[in-house]
Design a protein around this ligand. Structure first.
Ligand SMILES: Nc1nc2c(ncn2[C@@H]2O[C@H](COP(=O)(O)OP(=O)(O)OP(=O)(O)O)[C@@H](O)[C@H]2O)c(=O)[nH]1
Ligand SMILES: [Zn+2]
Length: 185
């Protein structure tokens, strides 16, 4: 569980270290707000990838032509935000694409987005966001053919430091049929 009281104390200390008056009207509730925000945006820290797979692993095992006819399923433009673990800066404008070729079951579509969303609610690097989603989708679907692509902007690279406002980072992980031929979409 996230220790909200401790976070509140620490944010108050940070405000003081910045030279702010933590009791002035505009920011007197900021420690409480930040603690509440962290509880929301870092919810995924308290779950392992296996627990996320259990939580969002709703699958359907119906007989369908689709499964025997080389069908693939692809969800694109899953919009997410996360926080880089080096600066705790926002990773934003992220679009996540997940594709897989089902073996003998399909996963509920919204669960793909829920998995991506929960993995992003951690201190992350983009490479690990990609591999965490890959691992969970592989575990839930048992598929040998998986494709995960993430693109995003890193606040630590656009709003500070090198300040390349347009720089977008792409990461991809793929297995099986997608190694030779990434999906077209
Ligand atoms: N590979 C990878 N690196 C990241 C990610 N997010 C942030 N970083 C990088 O983490 C690195 C941390 O480098 P440091 O030299 O320790 O930190 P810094 O002095 O703030 O570096 P600058 O950003 O270059 O000013 C930087 O190069 C960031 O761009 C990510 O998702 N993946
Ligand atoms: Zn960073």
């Amino acid at each position: 569980m996230i220790d909200k009281q401790k976070i509140e104390q620490c944010i108050r200390e940070i405000l003081i270290a910045l030279g702010e008056d933590p009791d002035r009207d505009g920011i007197k509730d900021t420690p409480r707000r930040v603690a509440k925000m962290y509880e929301e945006v870092f919810q995924g820290i308290q779950y392992t990838n296996d627990e996320i797979a259990d939580q969002f692993g709703t699958c359907f095992e119906e007989d369908m032509d689709f499964l025997s006819k080389d069908g693939i399923i692809l969800v694109k433009d899953i919009e997410c935000t996360s926080y880089c673990e080096h600066h705790m800066a926002l990773i934003y404008d992220m679009h996540i694409t997940v594709a897989y070729k089902p073996k003998d079951k399909v996963i509920g579509l919204s669960k793909i987005a829920r998995i991506a969303d929960m993995v992003c609610r951690r201190l992350q690097i983009q490479e690990r966001i990609t591999s965490d989603i890959f691992y969970i989708i592989e575990k839930v679907t048992d598929s040998d053919d998986i494709y995960v692509k993430v693109d995003g902007k890193h606040g630590c690279m656009t709003a500070r430091g090198i300040k390349k406002h347009q720089a977008v980072t792409f990461t991809e992980q793929k297995s099986g049929i997608f190694q030779q031929q990434p999906p077209t979409f």
